[in-house]
Design a binder for this molecule. Sequence first.
Ligand code: ZN
Length: 161
Amino acid sequence: MTVTANKVVTIHYTLRNDAGEVLDSSDGGDPLVYLHGAGNIVPGLERQLEGRGKGDAITATVAPEDAYGPKSPGGPKAIPKSAFSGMEVAAGMTFVVEDEDGDPMPLRVVEVRGDTVMVDMDHPLAGETLHFQVEIVDVRDATAEELLHGHVHGEGDHHHH
Ligand code: ZN
């Protein structure tokens, strides 16, 4: 069976950065199961898995534009310390705030300068070219319910409905 839209694809993967450091891997753990064509994985990887089949091993290089986006121009942003309503704030801390759509967004504190807090709101992998090694373990048809939800159901499925 071929990897194409509306298939449930099971993969083992290792993700490295340009320096060859492992950023993430399913090695020694459960494989990743995702719904192809639903934007469950980064677009550049999804595109390069298209048309492949069970048992295929591929390497895929994905530019930031096809992954987590470029770093924001201008770097970290300044926020008044008062916005943290008395919470302790120090460099290296991460807060989760809501973006305009109400989705959670990580906000990392880069530096505290007096009453000003410098924060980085980019995804941790923004600006990174991603190097994936992927082995396609299984490909199956999605169920009608999975297609309706836009994600995979099954064992080890912890998402909310
Ligand atoms: Zn669901």
